[in-house]
Design a protein around this ligand. Structure first.
Ligand code: HEM
Ligand SMILES: *[C@@H]1O[C@H](CO)[C@@H](O)[C@H](O)[C@H]1NC(C)=O
Ligand SMILES: *[C@@H]1O[C@H](CO)[C@@H](O)[C@H](O)[C@H]1NC(C)=O
Length: 538
């Protein structure tokens, strides 16, 4: 009878490689999976939201969530109710769905939920230090107040003409639009909806918000810096803020170069102190001071400008792409949009004159197209916060089949998904259909919801001016509460101007609207997404 020692000793001297390999690659993982499953089955904490069943620890539900968050959220809601926790690469993410769920998270107390800890790893290397999620919340609230100075009516009025200039230049020079310039009835061309609109919006955003110096460099060095910085603003950067990879090095180099570029602009402007009025964000930020009297520093201004560039670019370019894809698909809506332009802007000689900011705000068809597109394709599907003190879940929100109150424990993350309430069949008629007319009927639920989100709802001032709180609205593409978007009006000016001008110039056609691609930072259209166009035949 061999002793145990007899069996073990040879292993210690000469490793049994097959056994070692088996243990490492199959035994341990299998053991971890069994342990993980057993823990879920037998050790469920009855005081916390149910945990989405998963086999592999750490990875958890990352694949299902990452591939299609809508499908994942709807399926888990059926299984677990409105509040549940899933594992995302080692993080415990507690989702709270529905209007009450949105309110729990986006209306959460500062002592309980924290955005900085959820986002800073992604944003600080890209924006730079001292701004947004690299500072305590009260500082962010003041920085949002500063930015709002630059987003005023007077500036918006000037922006409409600048955007028109950029569009005219784009359609006259962009190689993809050569068939337009040929101009015949049979000269159909096509363009990639997202790529071309990204190009256009970076030009319009830099011409308007960013200022003439940035716009002048946009055809040159700044464009490369932007590309490198953008390459470091992806979901991978969320999970791994710093890796020894070329893309990370390029990100860091671009951040520094861009920051220095803004600094030099600021310096030149201060030296010049010209009488010439600049209607841009830099001009507005140059004069701001915090409540304690400290002036906003030039480095902070530079980093705020980068933050605005990143916050506005993909959100706007994706939204305009989706708008175009839908009107290319729905000829009746495209016709209505064109008709609205003709009715409002025709001149005696038959041409259409430039719109003004005020006129753009009063075009119901245009407005309904943007609103409906943001309902079905909100660029951001998940809004996250870190839980810094236990959050009690109101009984009305917990899993309906269990009537005890639950706690979301400190250390978890919470995730709000207003994208789900925006297409919830329990709330909307034909919830998944893109149907702008739902917004133009003044008696519809949709119209009332929008009014509540923007005008009539509870008003609060978090430090950046009075806003509609909106945390319980089923429709909130721009978020709600203290982190609510401040770029909403600017986005409408930019989208509205571009859409108006495009529908005047081009007829658009596509067979089918592509599905969502969720592997990008924001929800983009999957390829192929080529829109056919020709010069509009009058
Ligand atoms: C269609 C366009 C846009 C959409 C759909 C959009 C959406 C959003 C959403 C959902 C949030 C809330 C994020 C959260 O709660 O975690 C947000 C915040 C914000 N957005 Fe936008 N945005 C758009 C355009 C812009 C533009 C053009 C700018 C800049 C000019 C901008 C600047 C900001 C800023 C500064 C915040 C505040 C972040 C915070 O307080 O934590 N956005 N946006
Ligand atoms: C900035 O301050 C200067 C002097 O205090 C003033 O003349 C100028 O109008 C201000 N600019 C803005 C954009 O507020
Ligand atoms: C989705 O986006 C990723 C990242 O940009 C891209 O690599 C991939 O090709 C896209 N998928 C489709 C089907 O368009």
């Amino acid at each position: 009878m061999p002793s145990i020692w007899d069996t073990v000793q040879p292993l210690l001297v000469v490793p049994n490689w097959p056994l070692v390999a088996f243990t490492l690659f199959i035994g341990f993982p299998l053991f971890a999976i069994v342990l993980n499953v057993a823990r879920q089955l037998f050790l469920r904490n009855p005081n916390e939201p149910p945990v989405v069943f998963h086999l592999v620890p750490f990875i958890g539900s990352a694949v299902a969530y990452g591939m299609d968050p809508y499908k994942f959220f709807f399926a888990m809601r059926d299984k677990y109710g409105d509040v549940f926790t899933f594992i995302l690469l080692g993080r415990r993410m507690t989702v709270a769905l529905g209007p009450k769920g949105n309110n729990l998270i986006l209306g959460g107390k500062l002592s309980q939920v924290n955005a900085e800890e959820a986002y800073t790893h992604l944003t600080t290397p890209v924006f730079g230090e001292g701004v947004v999620y690299d500072v305590p919340n009260h500082v962010l609230m003041e920085q949002k107040r500063f930015v709002k100075f630059g987003l005023n009516t007077e500036n918006f009025r000037a922006y409409v003409g600048m955007i028109e200039d950029e569009w005219d230049h784009f359609i006259a020079t962009e190689p993809g639009f050569a068939p337009y310039r040929a101009g015949g009835k049979d000269d159909w061309g096509h363009f990639d909806a997202f790529e071309h609109m990204s190009e256009l919006t970076i030009l319009t955003a830099s011409r308007t918000l960013q200022g003439s110096e940035v716009r002048a460099q946009m055809d040159k060095s700044f464009a490369h810096l932007y590309m490198d910085l953008d390459g470091g603003f992806t979901p991978i950067n969320f999970m791994f803020p710093n890796l020894p990879l070329p893309s990370y090095r390029r990100r860091d180099k671009a951040q520094k170069a861009m920051s220095d570029f803004y600094l030099s602009i600021l310096q030149k402007r201060r030296e010049k102190a010209s009488a010439e009025v600049e209607y841009d964000m830099l001009a507005a930020l140059m004069n701001q001071s915090y409540k304690d009297g400290r002036p906003l520093g030039d480095r902070e201004i530079a980093h705020i400008m980068i933050a605005l560039l990143m916050a506005g670019q993909h959100t706007s370019s994706a939204t305009i792409s989706w708008c175009l894809l839908h009107i290319a698909h729905r000829q009746d809506v495209q016709d209505a949009l064109y008709k609205e332009q003709v009715e409002r802007f025709s001149t005696p000689d038959g041409s259409l004159r430039s719109p003004t900011y005020e006129e753009l705000k009063d075009l119901p068809v245009l407005d309904s197209i943007i609103r409906e597109t943001l309902r079905i394709h909100p660029p951001l599907h998940s809004l996250m916060r870190k839980v810094i003190a236990d959050i009690p879940v109101p009984p009305s929100l917990g899993n309906a089949s269990e009537d005890k109150s639950l706690i979301i424990p400190k250390g978890n993350f919470v995730l709000a998904a207003p994208c789900i309430t925006q297409v919830d069949p329990g709330i909307w008629k034909n919830a998944f259909e893109w149907e702008p007319s739902r917004w133009t009927d003044p008696n519809s639920e949709a119209a009332a919801m929008y009014k509540e989100y923007t005008e009539t709802g509870e008003k609060v001032d978090y430090g950046f001016g009075m806003i509609s709180k909106g945390t319980e609205s089923p429709y909130q593409p721009f978020g709600s509460g203290r982190h609510r978007c401040i770029g909403e009006q600017f986005a409408y000016v930019q989208l509205g101007t571009i859409l108006s001008l495009m529908v005047r110039t081009l007829e658009l056609k596509i067979d089918k609207v592509p599905p969502h691609n969720y592997t990008t930072m924001i929800t983009t259209p999957q390829k192929p997404r080529e829109i056919s166009f020709r010069k509009r035949q009058l």
